[in-house]
Design a protein around this ligand. Structure first.
Ligand code: NDP
Length: 242
């Protein structure tokens, strides 16, 4: 039986990497999915690749008017059962040479964008729904150059804990899904020596695949996790645990 049959889901940043794999899995499990991205061509290609029961809405989730437009479009379909706030950027610099511009860029999308992606979805969410925020193992590891990025993802963990409490009367579950290094365009930007150094820190001895995160997203989105809320689920080959 399909785990998300008849559910309506929104996946921000659904045109590539983890978001795309998640949107595809959700559709395969019977959901109707809205995906977002800033680039129209990539959005069209992702919609085509997923095939059916998917709509692309162009926009930048760190801009509040774009979020309003997204949810206006979603409203025509009905209520939201599952929200995945996935859009995020990883850009890395030592704290000692960090610029204000870099800091603002990361917090603008990873924290502000994530917060308002959820806040503005709430009037449309079904009671009993599931919110999944994409965090990162970087939130619990001290890794050179990952300080600001890790801080944004630690903030995401606290947002989830707060929503778990604030939304309890609506039985909306909120969880963080925190990947370790995953083979996506974001990871492809890293030079080979950095990749080799990262792999050496992963007990499973390899980089993960986007679909391995997507399978965990299906778990958190579905009734299989009906008593799971407020947690951070790591899909990281053990990197954050050692
Ligand atoms: P990708 O770069 O592969 O994909 C990012 C997606 O988000 C694209 O669809 C992109 O489309 C969209 N996006 C980016 N910025 C915005 C924006 N401002 N508004 C709307 N959409 C946006 O990323 P990943 O799949 O690698 O990462 C997804 C999430 O997983 C992020 O939150 C990241 O921090 C987290 N993560 C990733 C890890 C990894 O190893 N890859 C490890 C741990 C966590 P477009 O550019 O067209 O807007």
């Amino acid at each position: 039986m399909s785990k998300l049959q008849g559910k309506v889901a929104v996946v921000s940043g659904g045109t590539a990497g983890i978001g795309f794999a998640t949107a595809k899995r959700f559709v395969d499990e019977g959901a109707y999915v809205f995906i977002t991205g800033r680039r129209q061509k990539e959005l069209d290609e992702a919609v085509k690749a997923i095939g059916s029961n998917v709509v692309g809405v162009r926009g930048d989730v760190s801009k509040l008017p774009d979020l309003d437009r997204l949810y206006e479009t979603v409203k025509a379909k009905g209520k939201i059962d599952v929200l995945v706030a996935n859009a995020g950027i990883g850009e890395f610099a030592p704290l000692a040479s960090l610029t204000e511009e870099h800091f603002d860029k990361l917090f603008d999308l990873n924290v502000k964008g994530t917060l308002f992606t959820v806040q503005k979805a709430l009037p449309l969410m079904n009671d009993g729904g599931s919110i999944i925020l994409i965090g990162s193992v970087a939130s619990v590891k001290g890794t050179a150059s990952f300080g600001t990025y890790g801080a944004t993802k630690a903030a995401v963990r606290n947002l989830v804990r707060t929503w778990t409490v604030e939304l309890k009367d609506r039985r909306i579950r909120s969880n963080v899904l925190s990947p370790g290094p995953i083979k996506t365009p974001l990871m492809d930007l890293q030079p080979p020596d950095i990749i080799a150094r990262i792999v050496a820190t992963i007990p499973m001895g390899r980089i993960g695949e986007p679909d391995e995160v997507a399978k965990a997203a299906v778990f958190l989105a579905s009734d299989d996790s009906s008593f799971v809320t407020g947690i951070e689920l790591f899909v990281d080959g053990g990197r954050g645990q050692v």
